[in-house]
Design a protein around this ligand. Structure first.
Ligand SMILES: Nc1ncnc2c1ncn2[C@@H]1O[C@H](COP(=O)(O)OP(=O)(O)OP(=O)(O)O)[C@@H](O)[C@H]1O
Length: 224
């Protein structure tokens, strides 16, 4: 029986899930990162690599992404390109380690208001299969899948070093999912890294250079 995520997994010894064995500095380095609901995670993610995480609902997958993005209080260390999180301002870290939640927040009725560079947004939106007119729409007029892709456009425009994706294609059909995955591949070819949380096992295997399962706040390696 899986244990409840509400016990205190942080009391468990740190488990080394993957250490970078090459001389190159990983894009993301986690050392014993944990909080009251997450057991310590030690993980290096090199440039151009995707780590896929699956696991039951409520097991702590989103909590881990939030912890990596430094959105919640926690312990342990995180480094980006060899630079410790503590040496950076929160916004500086989060501009490069971008948490893309399943349903992005929208603070204006107009889609355009969410994009500083509309031309660049249109280019990426088109690659994700979104008609150009969607950028001129009202947020309320968009379908869930359109909102999801526009949320991803917002994240991609930041040119993140690490993209933390939380159920990013849950509302998309196969064709749109393929376009989105192509865009992630493009980002990885340019040296960014991805942590992908998904309930779609096939997607996890398609995208994940390594795969993990979250169970009651603990990350277990599936394939490496
Ligand atoms: N701020 C919070 N306060 C209390 N409990 C929380 C808080 N945030 C998350 N939890 C709990 O922690 C557990 C893990 O939540 P999390 O959102 O990480 O699950 P998940 O694995 O991403 O699930 P899903 O696949 O359904 O998205 C859940 O039981 C959730 O209710």
């Amino acid at each position: 029986m899986p244990q409840s995520v509400h016990h205190s997994p942080s009391a468990a010894p740190d488990r080394v899930l993957f250490h970078n064995t090459s001389d190159t500095v990983p894009v993301l380095r986690l050392r014993g990162l944990h909080n009251s609901r997450l057991a310590p995670v030690t993980l290096d993610i090199p440039a151009g690599e995707c780590v896929a995480i699956v696991g039951p609902s409520g097991s702590g997958k989103s909590l881990l992404l939030r912890q990596i993005a430094d959105l919640d209080p926690g312990q342990g260390s995180a480094e980006l390109d060899g630079r410790d999180r503590m040496q950076m301002r929160g916004y500086e870290w989060r501009r490069q380690v971008v948490y893309c939640q399943a349903e992005a927040g929208w603070w204006d009725d107009a889609v355009t208001a969410h994009f500083a560079d509309l031309d660049a947004a249109r280019v990426i939106a088109q690659r994700l299969g979104l008609p150009a007119a969607k950028l001129d729409a009202q947020v309320l007029e968009l379908s869930t899948g359109e909102r999801q892709r526009l949320g991803l456009v917002r994240a991609l425009l930041l040119k993140p070093r690490v993209l933390l994706l939380d159920e990013p294609t849950a509302a998309l059909d196969e064709q749109a999912t393929a376009l989105v995955e192509q865009e992630w591949q493009r980002g990885m070819q340019q040296g960014s890294s991805i942590v992908l949380v998904t309930h779609n096992q096939e997607q996890a295997h398609r995208m994940g250079h390594r795969g993990f399962r979250m169970e009651a706040g603990r990350l277990e390696a599936l394939w490496t």
